[in-house]
Design a protein around this ligand. Structure first.
Ligand SMILES: NC(=O)c1ccc[n+]([C@@H]2O[C@H](COP(=O)([O-])OP(=O)(O)OC[C@H]3O[C@@H](n4cnc5c(N)ncnc54)[C@H](O)[C@@H]3O)[C@@H](O)[C@H]2O)c1
Ligand SMILES: [Zn+2]
Length: 479
């Protein structure tokens, strides 16, 4: 059982099993891509061995999201060559995708699902009641796979998503209102039906042209490289956005339909772009996918909304160009969002955090700040790539020289250090707010025993001289 499900539903599940006189042993596993490995499989089979499970009559029951279902499925297929198992998916992605097919697997050697098997569960029990406690981001994550089915198989499902996106998100498809109930049920049913129709005649993937692989050509590499920043469905969404552009440039989908797709992705709170989508990553991903599909690309591309075609002649230039178009398409919303676009005042700002490598220049002999995340605007934030979280290890120094010419503030969150403004030294402690003018170059040193962490906020045109202190534009100050 997924550790989070155990915390939320453990008591009820124990009560149910006890009142039905079941002899059982519980194995609680963490659900994360990092823990989706052979070690978790071995922990589980160790438990099966000590329990002395009967290989014919006593099923293993996997209860959790896609990660736990994949781990439990692989352990079941390995244990005594095969032991029956039951899937109880609890996440939306589990309900419509991981819980539906016969694939199992774990990550290995930096590759997604590199070790796995085809092993059908005896039963899959789908109960959308679990979704009531699923985190918002994971609801969107599951909706990405549903959107995938709609784009290549089911135009009516796309219409349903388009018409009810906000209701589906707000009610988590559990059906708190009559309309939400009917739509949630219908959306899950159509998504599962679409999956079944595609998978059933090709369970062992003898035919490698699979529509359900849409969004899964570039995403496996992107997802693993971006870990843990991108969830599975989010990586799939970026892949679908990229291949929708490729399809548009090949005349397979019209510009208005492409706009509908992108608009729906945004409304479902799915990303359409990730900064790791550079030439190298995309070329590597294309090679990996071609190898995985037996030497041919076999990339599904959308044809309009609701249909697909397979192509094996994508060039690197074509993919790189599509990525550039995608980045530029994403820019206007990132560069110039208005508060009125994001739900008005008083609403929380939701952002994506991207890892962009090291911070600024490093003085001789000093160690670089070891993390530097850009919290980029995803159309819900009011500034573009302007909030960054940085962390400097003990003994290290760096130059805080944020790109661009906007004024900055940085707020010390943890640790102890020193800021050098020219010859002048200022202590840095949690709670300090540093004001930096557009041209200022600040040397930051960590004197403490712990990491020195700060949040940097950059204001693109939001501050004017009346609220921006004169001395700040000259160099900076500490408050
Ligand atoms: N075998 C397949 O055919 C197949 C298909 C699609 C995806 N997958 C795999 O599935 C995985 C992604 O699945 P996922 O998105 O379900 O991720 P997940 O298993 O990590 O679950 C998402 C998160 O939500 C929590 N959670 C699950 N159900 C919950 C609930 N009802 N209430 C509160 N929290 C809950 C989990 O503990 C976890 O933190 C990927 O590893 C992917 O490769 C497999
Ligand atoms: Zn998937």
């Amino acid at each position: 059982m997924d550790a989070n499900i155990h915390a939320l539903y453990g008591r009820d599940i124990h009560r149910y099993l006890d009142s039905n006189d079941c002899d059982y042993e519980l194995c609680v596993l963490p659900a994360s891509e990092e823990a989706k490995n052979m070690q978790s499989v071995l922990t589980l089979v160790q438990g099966l061995d000590s329990f002395g499970i009967s290989r014919r009559n006593e099923p293993i029951i996997g209860i959790g999201g896609g990660i736990i279902l994949d781990v439990v499925g692989l352990a079941s297929s390995l244990y005594r060559r095969s032991t029956p198992y039951i899937r109880v998916p609890t996440s939306l992605l589990g309900l419509v995708d991981a819980g539906v097919g016969i694939k199992t697997g774990v990550n290995f050697n930096g590759h997604k699902n590199r070790l796995g098997s085809y092993f059908a569960p005896s039963v899959a029990l789908l109960d959308r009641g679990f979704l009531a406690t699923l985190g918002d981001r994971y609801v969107s994550n599951g909706l990405a796979e549903i959107l995938k089915i709609s784009l290549v198989l089911d135009a009516h499902l796309f219409d349903l998503l388009e018409e009810h996106a906000e209701t589906l998100l707000a009610e988590r498809l559990t059906g708190r209102t009559a309309v939400g109930d009917a739509v949630g049920r219908e959306v899950i049913r159509r998504a599962v039906d679409g999956m079944l129709r595609e998978l059933q005649p090709n369970l062992w993937e003898r035919n490698l042209e699979r529509r359900v692989d849409y969004g899964h050509s570039f995403s496996p590499t992107l997802e693993m490289r971006a870990l843990p920043a991108l969830l599975h469905g989010e990586a799939v969404s970026v892949d679908m956005a990229l291949t929708t552009i490729v399809a548009e440039r090949r005349g397979l989908i019209s510009a208005p339909d492409r706009a509908r797709v992108f608009n729906l992705m945004k409304r479902l709170r799915l990303p359409v772009w990730h900064p790791l989508c550079g030439t190298d990553l995309l070329a590597h991903a294309l090679r990996e996918t071609t190898r995985h599909r037996d030497g041919l690309q076999r990339i599904p591309l959308p044809v309009g909304i609701g249909d697909a075609r397979f192509v094996s002649d994508l060039t690197h230039e074509e993919v790189t160009r599509a990525a550039e178009v995608l980045r530029d398409l994403d820019l206007p919303t990132r560069a110039a969002p208005r508060l009125s676009d994001v739900g008005g005042h008083g609403h929380p700002i939701v952002t994506d955090v991207y890892d962009i490598g090291e911070l600024g220049d490093v003085p001789d002999g000093a160690e670089a700040a070891h993390r530097d995340h850009v919290i980029a605007c995803d159309a819900s934030s009011v500034v573009w790539e302007s909030i960054r979280w940085s962390s400097l290890p003990p003994g290290a120094a760096c130059v805080e020289k944020a790109p661009g010419f906007a004024p900055k503030l940085y707020f010390i969150l943890a640790g102890e250090g020193e800021l050098l403004l020219g010859e002048e030294s200022h202590p840095l402690r949690p709670g300090h707010l540093v004001v930096a003018g557009p041209s200022a170059v600040h040397h930051v040193r960590n004197h403490g025993a712990d990491d020195l962490n700060w949040l940097l906020l950059e204001f693109h045109g939001l501050l004017n001289s009346t609220i921006w202190p004169d001395e700040a534009s000259a160099g900076g100050g500490v408050a």
